[in-house]
Design a protein around this ligand. Structure first.
Ligand SMILES: Nc1ncnc2c1ncn2[C@@H]1O[C@H](COP(=O)(O)OP(=O)(O)O)[C@@H](O)[C@H]1O
Ligand SMILES: N[C@@H](CCC(=O)OP(=O)(O)O)C(=O)O
Length: 365
């Protein structure tokens, strides 16, 4: 599928029904096979982050809560808190058996919508992946309130893909893709292999979760596809109802993303007003053109009073060359101008980011 081995960074989202049996136990054998796939890909150099659902389903069973723990927000939050610790334990154990370190990240909608927190989460993800750790991510259900919840991990996976600068997202579900209608209720529904225009398929999803365990359903997967492809990242919906789903070719639906660069550019530029500018020398301008991050050594001066996470333009000798998100506020950026990365800690007195604008958060114009 698309094929995932071609993505240097891949986000794999796993729905509740794949992780948890109806009796409330973890589907360990299946998960062991999936983790073996992850280990094989990691050994080949691919970086994989997992978005794992299942905390509520697992916790509800342990606490004996009705309606899968979804009778009330309080129940769901108690179930999530109880299930999450068990879920993390299983992931850590199975990944360790393959010689891999697991890292848990629990995030709320706010964490990825607020620029500064988004950048922090992105930096953490980036570091974990570069350290060959497997991040296991879920929504922080036990603290997120109803208004601010993602409520489904499909869209969370798409946002995580943006934050990680991933090249692909796979949503593993109990269904092998999008059909013209819900295949469980409409026998005439036919499978769709590829989607280029999301508006054309938006009406095909039933409300709610087919398995009754998750919360998203197909509608949230289509919403996730809109977010991912809008950021230039292709997304596939594939069945996890097979052993070794990441190494077995199988039918799936691929939402294609065209014009990656301009989609990213649109995402960065969309709705945001630049708060300042960083002027760079010709060497830095050339490095940006080759897809590198903006290092302080090539920066000459700044304009504006931006803070960390604000959109800034990057001005080369011949005019504006890029837009990106500042890793430091204006005062700290000014102190770092022209200085080598090794000196940053001594100048600022705190652990520095390596770049003024990271390439994952930079769009060339
Ligand atoms: N057009 C559609 N094509 C495929 N599945 C659909 C469609 N509309 C609704 N569904 C339902 O969506 C379900 C997948 O969503 P869900 O159960 O929430 O999975 P997950 O737990 O993997 O997020 C399918 O099993 C199916 O019942
Ligand atoms: N954060 C929730 C998962 C919510 C969710 O999206 O579930 P699913 O539709 O099965 O992927 C949990 O861990 O139970």
């Amino acid at each position: 599928m698309f094929p995932p081995s071609s993505c240097a960074r891949l986000i794999v989202k796993i729905g509740s029904a794949l992780l948890v049996d109806p009796d409330g136990s973890v589907r360990r054998d299946w998960l062991t096979g999936l983790v073996a796939d992850i280990a094989a890909r990691t050994a080949e150099g691919q970086q994989i982050a997992i978005v794992s659902s299942g905390a509520i389903a697992l916790g509800a069973r342990r606490l004996g809560l009705s309606k899968g723990g979804r009778a009330s927000l309080e129940d769901a939050q108690a179930a999530a808190a109880t299930g999450q610790i068990a879920l993390s334990q299983v992931w850590a154990e199975l990944l360790a058996a393959q010689g891999l370190n697991a890292a848990q990240m629990l995030v709320t909608l706010d964490d990825l919508e607020d620029r500064r927190r988004y950048l922090n989460a992105a930096a953490t993800l980036n570091r974990l992946l570069s350290l060959k750790v497997v991040p296991v991510i879920n929504e922080n259900d036990s603290v997120a309130t109803e208004e601010i919840r993602f409520g489904d991990n499909d869209r969370l996976a798409a946002r995580v893909a943006q934050a990680a600068g991933a090249q692909g997202v796979i949503l593993l579900s109990d269904v092998d893709g999008l059909y013209t209608a819900n295949p469980h209720t409409d026998p005439s529904a036919t499978h769709i292999a590829s989607v280029a225009r999301i508006d054309a398929v938006a009406g095909m999803a039933d409300d709610g979760s087919g398995s009754g365990m998750g919360s998203g359903g197909m509608a949230s997967k289509i919403a996730a596809a809109r977010i991912a492809t809008g950021a230039g990242i292709p997304l596939a919906i594939a069945s996890g109802r097979i052993d070794h789903p990441l190494s077995t070719p199988a039918r799936h639906t691929l939402f294609t993303a065209e014009r990656t660069a301009s989609a990213r550019k649109a995402w960065l530029a969309g709705g945001l007003t630049a708060k300042g500018a960083i002027h760079v020398d010709a060497g830095a301008a050339a490095a940006l053109g080759q897809g590198r991050s903006l290092l302080a050594a090539g920066a000459i001066r700044i304009d504006g009073g931006f803070t960390r996470g604000d959109l800034v333009t990057i001005e080369g000798p011949a005019g504006t060359i890029a837009r990106g998100l500042a890793e430091y506020d204006a005062a700290d950026t000014a102190r770092l101008l022209g200085r080598h990365s090794d000196d940053h800690a001594a100048i600022l007195g705190y652990a520095p980011r390596s770049a003024l604008v990271h390439r994952n958060h930079l769009a060339l114009l």
